[in-house]
Design a protein around this ligand. Structure first.
Ligand SMILES: Nc1ncnc2c1ncn2[C@@H]1O[C@H](COP(=O)(O)OP(=O)(O)O)[C@@H](O)[C@H]1O
Ligand SMILES: [Mg+2]
Length: 271
């Protein structure tokens, strides 16, 4: 569904991505992690078609992003920017969500219904002025305008930065539900607990290159991850590896707790 073939890209200062090859399946949930300046944002902008490769090719559902019209691209691929203030351009939550819908040709009563439903889903007041809200609330406004367009591919660039735990879980639950109903999700994140809880595939990106790629469990418990100074494995995975034995493959707090409960039940049963 998403295919990058021999993709290269650079800014005026020089190349950032060289000869990148990647395929992401429809309905997948992929986390992209790595240090600052690794090229993660550049890569997801290339996937979304916001940037075009200097050589090679990015295909979304078989279409080269160079050939996608802006309106079709917006329907196919929603992009939540790392900084919501780069995205927000209207003076009310209502107008902000409405603007995103107008870009894909939805207006009038249909738009009104979607705006109200989306705002309710994210617990936003449609009358609020986005720039008077907190960073976390502005993040939700930007996400609302992306989700309103109901894109097939959802790209989230560090979506949980600046959110408190409750807001973070609310957003991740919505994203997980969308993924369960078929939306392809690509999420850039440094929060390895969130990655462990939600992603199915993890790609570690450094210096414009993929250095680890695999299912979430195998990447987050990979010994090599600990040698990458910019990425900290989830604490539960580190604890599991340090405890060793039956704990070594566990990588979430829930798994370690469940294992301990199971063991204590077995001991009580045998006593
Ligand atoms: N708009 C830009 N103009 C010039 N250089 C940029 C621009 N955006 C990013 N870069 C440079 O490209 C490299 C990769 O940046 P980026 O993709 O934002 O990395 P990451 O998201 O992993 O932090 C960095 O060296 C950064 O300084
Ligand atoms: Mg970035």
């Amino acid at each position: 569904m998403i295919e990058l073939s021999n993709v290269a890209f650079g800014y005026a200062e020089g190349p950032v991505i060289n000869n990148l090859n990647l395929q992401l399946e429809k309905g997948s949930f992929t986390a992209i992690t790595g240090g600052n300046g690794a090229g993660k944002t550049t890569m997801v902008k290339l996937i979304s078609g916001l940037l075009k490769p200097t050589s090679g090719c990015v295909r979304l559902c078989g279409t080269d992003t160079r050939e996608l019209k802006a309106k079709n691209r917006a329907k196919l691929c929603g992009f939540l920017f790392q900084n919501p203030d780069r995205q927000i351009c209207k003076t009310s939550v209502y107008d902000e969500i409405g603007f995103s819908l107008s870009c894909i040709g939805i207006a009038g009563g249909e738009a009104d219904k979607i705006i109200r439903e989306t705002a309710e889903m994210l617990e936003l007041d449609t009358k609020s002025e986005p720039f008077s809200l907190s960073k976390g609330e502005r993040q939700k406004v930007a996400l609302a305008s992306v989700l309103a367009a109901n894109p097939e591919i959802l790209i989230l660039d560090e979506p949980t930065t600046g959110l408190d735990y409750r807001e973070c879980m609310r957003i991740m639950k919505i994203v997980a539900d969308l993924n369960n109903s078929g939306t392809t999700v690509i999420m850039v994140s440094h929060d390895m607990e969130i990655v462990a809880d939600f992603a199915k595939r993890v790609i570690v990106f450094e210096g414009g290159k993929i250095i680890l790629d695999g299912d979430c469990r195998s990447v987050l418990t990979d010994e090599r991850l600990r040698c990458i100074s910019s990425v900290l494995p989830p604490q539960a995975a580190v604890l599991g590896q340090k405890l060793g034995g039956r704990f070594s493959g566990l990588f979430t707090t829930e798994e370690i707790i469940s294992d301990c409960i199971l063991q204590s039940q077995c001991r009580m049963h045998n006593a």
